[in-house]
Write a protein that binds this ligand. Structure first.
Ligand SMILES: Cc1ncc(COP(=O)(O)O)c(C=O)c1O
Length: 432
């Protein structure tokens, strides 16, 4: 059942049986980066901030370097380099389609990132659409909707399905359910297959924010029966400014063109005839070819490695990190659905006696560790988890009132990085 694909990586078929074609886990650029710490020493950087932006995979950098000599215009040149670059751009679309297991007739629109993708879809919703969204969402998925019903953080996964069921049943007209696949705050996996089922039972569609899932787990849009998915290249080891919105064509073919300009039109005279193919309709102007090539190279590299090896290593490290932090008095991990709920490589926590900013600054300045602190652009959710209420200063992603520290891992993370974080937090607590 597709829910299991999402909920328990260790029990998925791909995790159980090594793939015959899998290759070694590729390296990331910057693995040997050294950074200054207090006293002027240089130490190897422990990058534990993958959920914000992941480092570049070597095969991604190689693909971009290989594409540069023939870099040229896309969709508008007769020259050989232009044709080659156009072919590479369109091949990238096919690769992204296959990576998320999209249906053959789904659209794949290159965007800047997940935020761009959710906003693009928001502009294409049929007149009168009501969106149902949980307060646990990242702002990229919480905010773009004109008419939204916001649901409180559910106490357990079944409650998420029940609350969505009730909310969708009460809505007349077109409806869209928006939900994250993996929380950027807790890493916890959401029951997206069950939510897709409920959405469809009410004639609604579902958009899944896969920004934090696709760097860590295989996603199959067709098997899960999702209508749309959105994700970002820079979280998928492809930091070249591209993301994607993938999903059903009809709303996208009829929606207002996201950008108005060259490429989105068939002809311009007294009136304008817009493309009704979603890709040109919403990708006006010169596209981010290198971003798309980079994104596709990351998809290829992850697929070639196989999820078995990736998931196994991530689960080993995240279990070590969580149990290490749990052994320190005064450290509290944030969790919506409890310790045993499956999650990707993200852990948010608080340290008694310190603000999150103090912890993050000490980790960086004294130990060469990079983490994120704040509310992670998920203000309502972090407030809920911390049991704090909003204040006037909660206007951006960086305020440190009622905040947490977030450590996140991925390809290139090592046991030494994890152990250094645990020992650094232990050391900070011992000084309190
Ligand atoms: C779950 C989730 N959705 C959306 C976003 C927004 O991604 P981007 O900044 O690439 O648009 C993020 C970024 O942290 C995220 O974690």
């Amino acid at each position: 059942m597709s829910t299991l694909t999402i909920f328990s990586s260790t029990r998925t078929p791909e995790a159980a049986a090594p793939s015959a074609t899998s290759r070694p886990i590729p390296a990331v650029l910057g693995a040997d980066l050294e950074v200054p710490v207090k006293g002027g020493r240089l130490v190897g950087y422990a990058n534990l901030d993958y959920a914000a932006s992941a480092p570049c995979l070597e095969p991604v950098s190689a693909a971009v370097t290989a594409a540069l000599p023939a870099y040229s215009s896309v969709h508008r040149g007769a020259g050989y380099a232009s044709q080659l670059t156009t072919a590479r751009y369109e091949q990238a679309r096919h690769t992204v389609r296959a990576f998320v297991g999209a249906r053959p007739d789904d659209s794949v629109i290159f965007t800047r990132n997940t935020t761009d993708a959710t906003n693009l879809l928001a502009g294409c919703l049929p007149e009168g659409t009501t969106t149902v969204v949980f307060d646990t969402e990242h702002h990229a998925s919480l905010l773009p909707w004109r008419h939204a019903v916001r649901l409180a953080p559910p106490a357990f996964p079944g409650e998420a399905v029940r609350a969505a069921d009730e909310a969708l049943a009460a809505i007349e007209g077109p409806k869209l359910l928006v939900v994250t696949a993996a929380s950027n705050v807790t890493g916890e996996l959401w029951p997206i297959a069950a939510l897709a089922h409920i959405a469809h039972r009410h004639g609604a569609r579902i958009l899944v924010d896969a920004a934090q899932l696709v760097p860590h787990r295989r996603l199959n849009l067709t098997a899960l029966d999702l209508d749309y998915v959105a994700f970002s290249g820079h979280k998928l080891y492809a930091p070249f400014g591209a993301g994607a919105l993938v999903g059903r064509r009809d709303w996208l073919a009829e929606g207002e063109p996201y950008l108005k300009g060259g490429g989105a039109v068939r002809s311009v005279g007294e009136s304008v005839e817009w493309h009704d193919d979603p890709e040109p309709r919403h990708e006006a102007g010169t596209p981010n070819v290198l971003g798309a090539i980079a994104l596709a190279a990351a998809c290829d590299a992850l697929t070639a490695t196989g999820w078995t090896a990736l998931v196994r290593e991530e689960e080993r490290l995240i279990a070590r990190l969580r149990s290490g932090l749990a052994s320190i008095d005064g450290v509290r991990e944030l969790s919506l659905w409890g310790d045993d709920h499956p999650r990707v490589g993200i852990v948010s926590f608080t340290v008694a006696g310190y603000s999150a900013r103090e912890v993050a600054e000490a980790l960086s300045g004294e130990y060469g560790i990079g983490v994120r602190d704040g509310k992670f652009c998920a203000h309502p959710f972090v407030r809920h988890l911390l049991g704090t209420s909003g204040g006037a200063s909660d206007g951006d992603c960086a305020d440190d009132t009622g905040s947490a520290v977030r450590a996140s891992i991925g390809i290139g993370s090592t046991q030494e990085h994890v152990d250094r974080l645990i020992e650094a937090v232990r050391d900070l607590v011992s000084r309190c």
